[in-house]
Design a protein. Structure first.
Length: 507
């Protein structure tokens, strides 16, 4: 008796866990601060080191601080702080591929002195593991066995790597320009395709610029621009049939800006560096064994259960969010909005329900405004909770990775004390789930079957029985059972007696 075995690789993906860490940034300014206007915090994971039982994470926090000086000038200060964490989990080993994503949970600012501000932030780190393991399976057997074949769809890991790339963006200033106050850039992926040893990423770079337009009147302009990009990255092992999963975020610590003035026209040349976390998978069909029995011996079937990855499609969509804020009586009324500073999103929840992906969170923006009565420049933060939903092909039990950015932020004042917020949210959603499966990995051969002591046997089949199960219980070949009961369907439609003859051929 001969049995042939083979092996296949299967990949699964699962969330190891999450943790929240506190980070502190002390920012020293060149100018003395008379009033803190706004602050924005953006965490970035730069490196992950996987060891036995732990992952060491290092990252950076980009802080954008906007304040009023003693000379009544609005100034923006960019600062970069480091953070690190050591995450322990007994299930971690270096064979796992682990990706760590970060998101801001909360942030607060304390002015320590005239030129020193402390930013306290809470960052959530999400640890996701990719596991690839080799599974043995029965591929064929000799004539002494009856084999029920099956096809198993297996997902294998083709490539996993991190890459950084630069995009040059030109922002044409649409108003009179005197001085740049701040500039920021976000990226969003809209589509990913695979080719032969490369992937193609297309998306948008969204820039937000604030500048002084006229120092005599104190006019400040905020300008938002969106520019499409398309970039090909070399990724060895990827083919046109590969499924690609990518998370992309801007390296705000590496953003470069050059101001170009020609013939009274001003433009900003930005160098935007993005980090891409790339995972590529391939699907293959494995011809395996669903069931097996011996015509000559008792056997014991050995099976192994495993999880296999189901990767959802990457989906991009846009939606509108809006909200209102009414100033309380202690806050100066808004006579003129000067600028909108540091709009950003904190995501609170995401899930799939009833065929829709639901994203929940809070949009933030700081409004810088004038009050004519007190002749003061003031600021207030507007918070807009949102829930948006879009149709999706993803499964309800899927894990989600969501990337969101704000664009076209507009704030309008009504009656001096009411602010109306309107913006567009752009989101990319990647989903995945795991499916439980099992496969026959081996067969243990036992004692020989006893000799038959009859020439004819009647089997009383019940409705719903299959010919395979009947043949297996009788230890005869399926072909013989079919030949001797040619009018019987593969699945019995009613209680049926089957006749088996043994005169000519034993077993």
């Amino acid at each position: 008796m001969a049995i042939e075995k083979n092996a296949m690789n299967v990949v699964s993906k699962f969330k190891l866990g999450t943790e929240q860490i506190s980070a502190e940034c002390n920012i020293v300014t060149e100018e003395q601060i008379s009033k803190l206007i706004s602050y924005c915090v953006y965490p970035m994971v730069i490196n992950e080191e996987v060891l036995v039982g732990e992952v060491n994470v290092s990252g950076k926090i980009a802080v954008k601080l906007t304040y009023m000086t003693q000379e009544n000038q609005i100034v923006c200060r960019d600062s970069i702080c480091d953070f690190s964490s050591k995450y322990s989990n007994a299930g971690i080993d270096p064979s796992l591929k682990i990706n760590v994503c970060s998101k801001l949970v909360d942030a607060s600012a304390v002015v320590l002195s005239d030129n020193n501000v402390k930013i306290n932030s809470v960052i959530e780190l999400i640890y996701t593991a990719i596991k690839q393991e080799e599974i043995s399976y029965l591929s064929s057997a000799d004539e002494s066995f009856c084999v029920k074949p099956t096809e198993i769809k297996a997902t294998t890991l083709t490539a996993i790597e991190n890459q950084e790339f630069e995009e040059e963006v030109k922002v044409q200033i649409k108003d009179k320009f005197e001085k740049l106050i701040s500039v920021d850039a976000d990226v969003i992926v809209k589509d990913v395709t695979a080719g032969s040893n490369f992937i193609s990423i297309s998306g948008e770079i969204i820039t937000k610029t604030m500048f002084l337009s006229d120092s005599e009147t104190g006019k400040i302009v905020t300008q938002s621009n969106s520019e499409s990009f398309k970039r090909e990255l070399e990724v060895a092992g990827v083919s046109q049939t590969s499924m690609v999963e990518i998370s992309l975020f801007p390296r705000k610590d590496l953003l470069k800006v050059d101001t170009i003035t020609e013939d009274s026209n001003t433009s900003l040349n930005l160098t935007v560096v993005s980090k891409a976390n790339i995972c590529a998978y391939d699907e293959s069909i494995i011809n395996a064994t669903e069931d097996i029995y011996s015509l000559t011996n008792n056997i014991e079937i050995v099976t192994e259960s495993f999880k296999k990855l189901n990767l959802g499609m990457s989906e991009y969509f846009e939606s509108k969010i809006e909200g209102n804020l009414t100033l309380n009586e202690t806050q100066p009324r808004v006579d003129k909005i000067l600028a909108t500073s540091s709009p950003y999103i904190i995501s609170t929840n995401s899930y799939i329900k009833d065929g829709e992906v639901v994203l929940e969170g809070v949009a933030y923006a700081n409004v810088i405004y004038l009050n004519d009565e007190e002749m003061t420049t003031n600021s207030i933060q507007i918070e807009v909770p949102f829930t948006i939903s879009e149709k999706t092909s993803g499964k309800e039990d899927s894990e989600l990775y969501v990337s969101e950015v704000l664009d076209d932020v507009d704030i309008i004042v009504k009656k001096g004390r009411e602010l109306y917020f309107d913006a567009k949210i752009k989101a990319t959603v990647n989903s995945y789930s795991n499916e439980n499966d099992a496969i026959i990995t081996d067969v243990a051969i036992g004692e020989e079957l006893p000799e038959r002591d009859c020439a004819i046997e009647i089997y009383f089949g019940k409705e719903g029985d299959s010919l395979w199960d009947i043949a297996k219980s009788l230890n005869i070949s399926l072909d013989r059972l079919r030949e001797q009961n040619s009018m019987v369907p593969e699945i019995l439609e009613a209680n049926t007696n089957l006749t088996i003859y043994f005169q000519k051929n034993k077993k």
